[in-house]
Design a protein around this ligand. Structure first.
Ligand code: NAD
Length: 304
């Protein structure tokens, strides 16, 4: 890929992750045009220099790279393959457009989009991310790419402006598979951390003191370090802001579900992931689906 100033990026999906990611491309000097089906999400980026677009056709116009950051498989398939009478990106994009999907979706859908893109002579990679909103804002995300060697090299050039680690997991769909494995751990570790802190508090321990002890002990983990689910322990964690996402419970549920589906296909045993999935299903049904996934702590504190 050439210099940022020569590259026009179409960024689609400006939610909790997409907005700060697109902002980092703007800061790096890329020419960025943005689109979200919720039009109000585009304007803050417009104020920072992005071209605000009001349709898929408009955002794709003369873009050489497309980056998508959408909730789930159905949204990714709709945007790339089209739905109902609406054309998708693969049909609308010009012949040399490079396509990067950063959403977390099922590997088969990523492979389908990759094949359809290839049929039209377009390169597509799956490049899901880890690092959360804080990592997206700081430009320190980890990207996990699935696709050809050439696709990886091309993607690396752009993704390195939004993250500090860009891995090549393997062929199309493998980025998604690796990301799903990561989130199977994250969901289980969040649940285990919530129950442990809650147990300590029930037995008179101060959660701040307990967290510091575990951080220097064998229970240390990413959640305790950066994303403590107990309000007030980490000032900038979603728990200290009424569990404003962040990463919504419904998205964690989706990712754990993707892990269970993959396990079914490969006949793998994933009891920890299955339990975490059930806990989130219950928590979501209690009205918490759009809260941050660390709000599972309240489930253990009986504050539904
Ligand atoms: P989000 O729901 O905040 O944002 C998704 C955006 O996509 C929304 O603004 C929505 O309006 C938009 N959208 C949906 N369909 C669209 C369409 N057809 N055209 C245009 N825009 C459309 O979700 P998020 O938290 O930003 O997560 C995005 C993806 O990244 C998900 O797959 C999630 O699992 C993954 N992820 C999230 C985090 C996190 O911490 N939030 C971390 C890692 C990975």
């Amino acid at each position: 890929m050439s210099q940022p100033t020569d590259t026009k990026v179409a960024f689609i999906g400006l939610g909790n992750m997409g907005s700060p990611m697109a902002n980092n491309l703007l800061k790096a000097g890329f020419s960025v045009q943005v689109y979200d089906r919720v039009s109000a999400l585009s304007q803050p980026l417009g104020d920072k220099g992005a071209l605000v677009c009001h349709s898929l056709e408009q955002v794709l116009d003369s873009a050489s790279v497309v980056v998508t950051m959408l909730p789930a498989s159905e949204h990714v398939k709709a945007v790339y393959l089209g739905c109902d009478d609406e054309k998708g990106t693969i049909e609308l994009a010009s012949s040399d457009t490079f396509l990067i999907d950063c959403s977390t979706i099922d590997p088969d859908s990523a492979r389908l989009v990759s094949r359809e893109a290839q049929n039209k002579g377009l390169e597509f990679v799956d490049a899901p991310v880890s690092g959360g909103v804080a990592g997206a804002s700081a430009g320190t995300l980890t990207f996990i790419v699935g696709g050809s060697d050439e696709g990886f090299t091309k993607a690396n050039n752009l993704l390195s402006f939004m993250g500090k680690n860009v891995f090549h997991a393997g062929k199309a769909g493998d980025g998604q598979m690796a990301k799903i494995c990561n989130n199977l751990i994250l969901g289980s570790v969040m649940a285990a951390t919530c129950e442990s802190l809650s147990l300590g508090m029930d037995n008179g321990l101060n959660p701040d003191v307990l967290s510091n002890i575990i951080l220097q002990s064998s229970g240390r983990n990413w959640v305790l370090e950066l994303y403590n689910p107990c309000p007030g322990v980490i000032e900038h964690a979603p728990a200290s802001a009424q569990y404003t996402p962040g990463f919504m419970c419904k998205l964690m549920s989706k990712d754990l579900g993707l892990g269970l589906e993959a396990a079914k296909m490969s006949q793998s045993s994933v009891p920890m992931g299955a339990l975490a999935h059930s806990l989130y299903a219950l928590h979501n049904r209690n009205g918490n689906a759009e809260l941050d996934f660390s709000s599972l702590f309240e489930f253990f504190r009986n504050k539904q």
